[in-house]
Write a protein that binds this ligand. Structure first.
Ligand code: SF4
Length: 96
């Protein structure tokens, strides 16, 4: 009975702190911070969406009709994730 009570108490604490969610978020942040963003230029169709959304990170080369990364690290991760989501070719990637 005491083991059951102890187990219930641990579960209650875990649930109240939502430890697993916090650990997952920390892990995600760590993964994002350790990565560099890149573009698979063979796939890029030069729509310019990424450069419009994150001009500090991506730049459109109109002659080549391709976008390029100008700041691989230290960019706004939320902006990068939004640009990834909007890229019609899904060619914005994390370069491990
Ligand atoms: S959003 Fe994708 S396809 Fe469009 S320019 Fe950027 S990398 Fe290229």
């Amino acid at each position: 009975m005491r083991i059951f009570e102890l187990s219930s108490e641990i579960n209650r604490i875990n649930n109240s702190l939502d430890v697993r969610r916090i650990i997952r978020q920390i892990k995600n942040i760590g993964e994002i911070m350790g990565r560099k963003v890149a573009i698979n230029n063979e796939e890029c169709i030069g729509c310019g969406s990424c450069a419009d959304m994150c001009p500090d990170i991506f730049e459109m080369n109109h002659e080549l009709e391709k976008s390029f990364v100008i700041k691989a690290e230290g960019g706004d991760e939320d902006c990068i994730l939004d640009a990834m989501g909007e890229c019609p070719m899904s060619c914005i990637i994390w370069d491990d």
